[in-house]
Design a protein around this ligand. Structure first.
Ligand SMILES: [Zn+2]
Length: 330
């Protein structure tokens, strides 16, 4: 009799646990479905001043429209939701740092990715995505995902000791991210330190090869004022001088000159300074490259990888930016 009672007790407990789990699951599901179905109240109460590089005009655009366009331009919408949320908070922080510290000569921010963040208007992005073969539905879902991430993180920015940070980010650094100081020697920034990174291997630009002819190598370096001349022998002796702490190339010996790897990256569009140098023949230098971008701050491929492994956007941000806080900007 007693055993039967205990047995019934256990069955009752197991049943309640199952019911509880199902209830939590279905409530999550309803929440997601509701969010996907409903029209997102998206417009912010604020506008920002955007400098258009094509005509030099400053245009007032809604803050959240700016965030939508820049995030959609900077990160694939197919990325995990938590990675997109992290990118939204990073983008908002990047913008507000420009505004608070008055860093732009004209307006709050510009649309040139080489100077600020990439920015393409959403209707143009629709065309680009369609040409890439995405269906209407995929695009619609992608845009809604970004809008939701903007609303879900409304007002959130990243600070270090109460000051808004310079939220640098890049596409990929498969081994480690880079210390800002290793790239820009005057930038000893406590929250932009080299950290370990994990990246799934399905990223298309994880490993790239760049071949440059002797003539092009020499002429670009001369034209950019780095060298006066370069003999064939000197060219063939081009080699790595030293590495940064994160294992990227710091500088390269070229003839009698020693040139910062970051400068070479910019001149020749090498995807990152995590490279080795080889020669195909006596006319071609070959850079075997790992990763994409300067390597400082958040890695987007890394953010996506961590999100795939269950990390939330705030954990992702705390991973890439050392000792920071995520706060409401109001
Ligand atoms: Zn700018």
């Amino acid at each position: 009799m007693k055993t039967r009672l205990i047995f019934l007790y256990i069955v009752a407990i197991i049943l309640s646990i199952i019911i509880l789990v199902l209830a939590v699951k279905s409530s999550n599901k309803i929440e997601v479905e509701k969010k996907e179905g409903e029209e997102i109240n998206f417009e912010s109460s604020k506008n920002i001043k955007l400098l258009r590089s094509e005509n030099g005009q400053i245009e007032e655009v809604n803050l959240n429209y700016y965030l939508l366009c820049t995030v959609a331009s900077e990160i694939p919408f197919k990325y995990e939701y938590e990675a997109i949320k992290a990118q939204v908070v990073v983008a908002r922080t990047y913008l507000f740092n420009k505004i608070v510290n008055n860093l732009e000569e004209c307006g709050d921010v510009c649309d040139d990715y080489r100077h600020c963040q990439a920015f393409t208007d959403i209707d143009k992005l629709y065309e680009i995505w369609k040409n890439k073969g995405f269906s209407e539905q995929e695009i619609e879902e992608g845009v809604n995902k970004i809008k939701r991430a903007i609303v879900d993180t409304e007002d959130e920015i990243i600070t270090y000791k109460g000051e808004i940070i310079n939220a640098l980010f890049h596409a990929s650094s498969p081994r480690k991210t880079e210390d800002a100081k290793a790239i820009w020697s005057n930038a000893d920034i406590p929250y932009l330190k080299s950290v370990d990174n994990i990246e799934d291997e399905d990223y298309e630009n994880r490993e790239t090869i760049l071949e440059i002819s002797y003539d092009k190598f020499k002429s670009e370096l001369v034209n950019n004022g780095y060298i006066d001349d370069l003999s064939k022998d000197e060219f063939l002796n081009t080699n790595i001088n030293d590495y940064t702490q994160s294992g990227r190339v710091n500088s390269v010996n070229i003839g009698k000159y020693c040139i910062k790897a970051e400068n070479l990256r910019t001149i020749f569009n090498i995807k990152s300074t995590d490279f080795t140098i080889n020669f195909n023949d006596e006319n071609t230098i070959v850079f075997d490259v790992l990763g994409f971008g300067h390597g400082v701050g958040m890695s987007q491929v890394g953010a996506n990888t961590y999100a795939r492994r269950g990390k939330k956007y705030d954990e992702i941000i705390h991973h890439y930016y050392t000792d920071v806080d995520i706060v409401d900007e109001n």
